[in-house]
Design a protein around this ligand. Sequence first.
Ligand code: TPP
Length: 346
Amino acid sequence: MTTAYDFEPLPPELDCLAIDPAPETPSEDELLRMYRAMRLARVFEMRLASLYRQGKIIGAVYLGIGQEAIAAGVASLMQKNDIFNTVSRSLAAWFYRGVEPKHVLARWFGKDIAPSHGRDLGLFLADLETYGIAPYHNGSMASWIPSGAGFALAFKMKRQPNVYIAFTGDGATSPGDFYEGLNFASIHKLPLVVIIENNQFAYSTPIHKQMPVKRVSDRGPAFNIYTDVAFGNDVFNVVRHAKKAIDHARSGKGPVLMEFLTFRRRGHGEHDDASYVSQEARDYWALRDPIKLYEEYLLGKGGLTPSALEAIETECTVIVDDAVRYADSLPFPKPESATTRLFAPR
Ligand SMILES: Cc1ncc(C[n+]2csc(CCOP(=O)(O)OP(=O)(O)O)c2C)c(N)n1
């Protein structure tokens, strides 16, 4: 039995229990598009958790339950030809960009499906052409920052008005890649947007055991770049802060470090019971669940009816049911193909 770490609530200026987009209310279409992406991610991930327990998933499953507002809010600001990367912890960004749940699920099942034909699992996705999702070159979550700086350098050299958005976690700000990437991007004023989903833990390591500063954003001044920190479970607050950050990078003023405070409501993966997380922390963040906060707004000032939200939930459930059927129906890669597709053709 692990002892849980002490819990610290957010300071009042970084907390919010009643969310509101004012003064800039998005159109109803946009409100619902973000909501659908978040809800679909939640329904999908809850199903993934049970499929994992049924032994249907190959490998581990890592969920982003409780972090959906950051993924959907940031994805809503992306423009044509922007490039981003996330792992599946930010599934709502994939869904917002149009990735189909059935394709993600088939890969968690290890099935023979493009692009990797069972060679990697649902945690990663790369599809530059269709969704602007960058290829990943290894599993280290900090390594995307220097590679993102490379993409951003290409944008700058081609005078292309795009940004590279690297989503990553608080733990990923400790390895050297984080420093090298941001240092390089700052010197060359590259359009690199680093979004930190600070969910309070890197696996079982809490923030205070992984960094000597209170917040990831305290590291920003070392790079002399635009840095900000904000509550990440309010989708409107995410849009407000991420917009300023992305505009800054897009306008040629250099990279940004944007930290969103959130909470991982599950273990690091479904194999982890997270007994190091106190009940107090779980209860505190349950009240700040991003979908709960969003629904309270939509049903109140947003003017939606409970049946409108139920219809979206049903729609998401049907999509996920179909995804399970589709993934089940596909074959596994053939054993004799095991040595193919591992290296680029020469
Ligand atoms: C260099 C390296 N060490 C260890 C791991 C295993 N690992 C994968 S994710 C992770 C924790 C990352 O924490 P954080 O960046 O806070 O992201 P989160 O998982 O909380 O979203 C670890 C230790 C890894 N991928 N790469």
